[in-house]
Design a protein around this ligand. Structure first.
Ligand code: MG
Length: 378
């Protein structure tokens, strides 16, 4: 650890989704830092791992959003609220995956000063409603999603107007499979991500680019750029995580190892930067090209959804999650994922949603419809 880090006072931090991919990495980061005290950890169902983590972080209260279990401090729907009330953390790392992240991110914002947000669904589904609530709670968001974290870092220090932003995409595990053969790719093939080590859904979403579609929406709300100023580029090496183009055409890039511990460490220390991990990677080859939309129709669909309004974004996320689950269970083909989402979107959805109940209702309805579409595909 750098000498200068000692001047930061010890901060209380809660890790939500502590047993998931991001949560485990966050705890790995926090284990090495003396200036943070982990006061709370949560999980949805994985009690065994939650209690194992509790041994490593004995000061942490535990919360389980699933059913009540002996030995866990807070359980059930209100567990996160109870955990926040008890610990009043300075920061919360929101590592929960999926739509549930929205509710718990809103709760966290009420009690904490900073959300280190890895849950993209809260921004995609919550949109302006979510951002306004977080702002009204006097809480700041530091994005942990690697592309957004990179763009946040670039924008942070830029004094000139920014013309557009670039999100990089690896193209996923089946990027070299001919388009006409994508129908036959298996979950085993798709789950072998070439660069990042992530959860199953996001790895599938990376191959379809639904993940990048969600990230375009996330970037729109986080940074306020219109959709035509958010450009996705294929960068198979996964070394550059975000870029900004300035008015004179200059492009600034952020490059580091593809290791989520770097954006996590940055988000919790911001505005400081610490050297807890070696982020430098050998330069080697850097290539950038525009993605082929016939291979990644989900990307085009994301831009359409952004124009369609609040309901469409919620549906894009919810229907995809259901379709990905079905693909992983081998109930549908890989290419059915896009078709299901597209069909559910055609149902027509509300353009403006400004309360949690209406947002949740659209999410529930979209999931129900997507399940019906899955049954028809089987
Ligand atoms: Mg990302």
């Amino acid at each position: 650890m750098d000498k200068g880090d000692d001047v930061i006072q010890s901060k209380k931090i809660v890790v939500l989704g502590a047993t998931g991919t991001i949560g485990k990495m966050a705890l790995d980061v926090l284990k090495k830092l003396k200036n943070f005290k982990v006061v709370g950890i949560s999980a949805h169902k994985n009690v065994k791992l939650l209690l194992k983590k509790k041994i490593e972080f004995p000061d942490a209260f535990t919360a389980l959003t699933g059913d009540r279990v002996e030995g866990v401090d807070f359980c059930g729907e209100d567990a996160i609220e109870a955990l926040m009330e008890k610990t009043l953390p300075d920061q919360v790392i929101v590592g929960i995956a999926g739509f549930a992240g929205l509710k718990y991110a809103l709760t966290s914002a009420k009690y904490s000063k900073r959300l280190c947000l890895a849950n993209k669904e809260s921004i995609v589904a919550g949109g302006n409603f979510f951002l306004k609530n977080v702002r009204d709670s006097n809480c700041e968001i530091i994005p942990v999603d690697s592309e957004h974290n990179a763009i946040f870092q670039l924008i942070e220090v830029e004094k000139s107007p920014i013309n557009s932003i670039f999100l990089t995409a690896s193209g996923g595990a089946v990027r070299d499979v001919p388009v006409e053969r994508l129908k036959d790719v298996t979950p085993e093939m798709v789950l072998k991500h070439p660069i990042w080590n992530m959860g199953a859904r996001i790895t599938v979403d990376s191959a379809t680019m639904f993940n990048k579609g969600l990230e375009v929406m996330e970037a729109h709300f986080l940074f306020g750029f219109p959709s035509d100023k958010i450009i996705v580029v294929l960068h198979p090496q996964g070394k550059v995580h975000g870029m900004i183009k300035l008015n004179d055409g200059t492009v600034k890039m952020l490059a580091s190892k593809a290791d989520m511990r770097l954006p996590i460490a940055y988000a919790i220390h911001y505005p400081k930067r610490i050297k807890a991990f070696e982020g430098f990677m050998p330069f080697g080859e850097f290539t950038f090209e525009m993605p082929d939309l016939s291979r990644y129709p989900a990307l085009r669909l994301a831009y359409e959804c952004l124009k369609e309004g609040d309901g469409a974004r919620i549906v894009y996320n919810a229907a995809d999650e259901i379709a990905v689950e079905a693909f992983l269970k081998k109930e549908i083909h890989f290419t059915h994922i896009y078709k299901i989402v597209e069909r559910v979107l055609k149902n027509g959805w509300p353009k403006i949603l400004d309360d949690y109940e209406s947002i949740e209702a659209v999410d529930v309805a979209a999931r129900r419809l997507a399940k019906e579409m899955v049954r028809r595909c089987c």
